[in-house]
Write a protein that binds this ligand. Structure first.
Ligand SMILES: *Cc1c(COP(=O)(O)O)cnc(C)c1O
Length: 397
């Protein structure tokens, strides 16, 4: 018998779809995959070298569960430089990706029945991770007209006595939406008046285009900073998804509790990966800028290709590496005896008929859309979207 806490919780859907696409690919079928939620670049060489050195030096033993002090200190230094925020290094817990940081936080801070505000479209892991902690996700829907961002009125109305936390993910996966300084300020003014945790998932903080700066909501006031936990990861910015290094930083008391969960579950992150992460943070940052520049060019190509499809509209994402086009004008259509009514029908149709793998918007709480990742070559983006165009235009009403 499976434990009750797993009721309604399944494996990560994006990983399932990516696996299905890979299966078809392995059968020799020419699939263009636009599902990838990770940079296609290799981890920069100086970071890999740091791991090799760590191995050769025998740095292969358990570390402190919260991470090696050098890395925690480097993280504090980077946050000071990037965000202008001051933390003590003991306020940092290094985790197996920021996914574990979020998981640990939910376990450490939430009780059964606590409500957590989750703006949609959301990163698909939030609701199941909240449910595993016994908490209840409260979805706040946003539209492209709102720039896929919650507005102050909406936030005000949503906060109830049982509301324990809100998750902000800017730039967002899947939309790329990014709150401006003014918008954050308006939300901060409301959040300051309430006693709830503000979870800032900054996984894409370094992946902003057109040289926009990144702002942290923790910066607006000391009072708010004391309720904010910053989650970040080396996965996206340093092309290190498989290394599994992320972290949480915030008020000491809750971070100590996050460290307890870590200590009683996985212990410290892989020692070698921590040394590599240290190098990533203290080493040259030109590799990050180069990747962002490349993503910016791909974003332009993707938007250009999508604009050629008559009934598709797409929000221009200021950050991250996803496009989130509205394909719902092609719902209630069919191709032969296949009916397209939902984003899942659409993604299946595109995979099986157009041989393009995409992620249905439903898994992010937004059924009118599909997610296309542009963390792939320009040739793939062009080929993939051209195939989508052809497949959509043969649908019949
Ligand atoms: C990728 C991602 C993460 C965390 O990834 P890790 O590899 O676990 O660090 C967290 N939030 C969002 C929105 C992401 O896209």
């Amino acid at each position: 018998m499976i434990a009750q806490r797993l009721e309604g919780v399944g494996a990560s859907e994006t990983l399932v779809i990516a696996a299905k696409a890979k299966e078809l690919k392995d059968q020799g079928i020419d699939i263009v995959s636009l599902t990838i939620g990770e940079p296609d670049f290799d981890t920069p060489i100086h970071i890999k070298q740091a791991a090799i050195d760590a191995l050769n030096e025998g740095f292969t033993k358990y570390t402190a569960p919260e991470g090696i002090p050098e890395l925690r200190k480097a993280i504090v230094e980077q946050i000071k430089n990037d965000l202008g925020l001051d933390y003590n290094w003991k306020q940092v817990v290094v985790t197996n990706g920021s996914k574990q940081a979020l998981y640990n936080f939910f376990q450490a801070a939430l009780n059964k029945g606590d409500q957590v505000l989750v703006p949609a479209p959301y990163w698909l892991s939030y609701p199941p991770m909240l449910r595993l902690a016994g908490a209840v996700p409260k979805i706040l829907n946003t539209t492209p007209r709102q720039g896929f961002k919650i507005i102050p009125e909406q936030l005000k109305k949503a906060i109830k006595p049982k509301t324990k936390a809100i998750i902000l993910n800017s730039p967002s996966n899947p939309t790329g939406a990014t709150y401006t300084k003014t918008e954050l300020e308006a939300l901060a003014a409301i959040l300051e008046e309430h006693n709830l945790w503000v979870l800032s998932d900054d996984a894409y903080s370094k992946m902003l285009y057109e040289d926009q700066p990144f702002y942290s909501i923790a910066k607006f006031s000391k009072k708010l900073c004391e309720k904010t936990i910053i989650f970040n990861t080396l996965s996206k910015s340093y092309a290190m998804t498989g290394w599994r290094v992320g972290y949480a930083v915030g008020p000491q008391e809750i971070l100590t509790a996050v460290g307890v969960i870590q200590s009683q579950s996985t212990s410290g992150v892989n020692a070698i990966a921590q040394k590599a992460a240290l190098k990533a943070i203290i080493g040259p940052q030109a590799c990050v800028r180069a990747m962002v520049k490349e993503f910016e060019q791909r974003r332009a190509v993707g938007l250009e290709e999508l604009s050629k499809i008559k009934k598709v509209s797409c929000f221009k994402p200021p950050g991250a590496f996803y496009l989130f086009p509205d394909v719902s004008k092609y719902y209630k259509t069919r191709f032969q005896n296949r009916q397209i009514n939902t984003s899942e029908d659409m993604a299946t149709y595109l995979l099986e008929e157009a041989r393009v793998a995409t992620i249905p918007g439903k898994v992010f709480g937004a059924d009118k859309y599909i997610r296309l990742s542009y963390a792939t070559s320009i040739a793939n983006i062009q080929k993939g979207i051209a195939r989508i165009k052809e497949a959509l235009e043969q649908l019949q009403y």
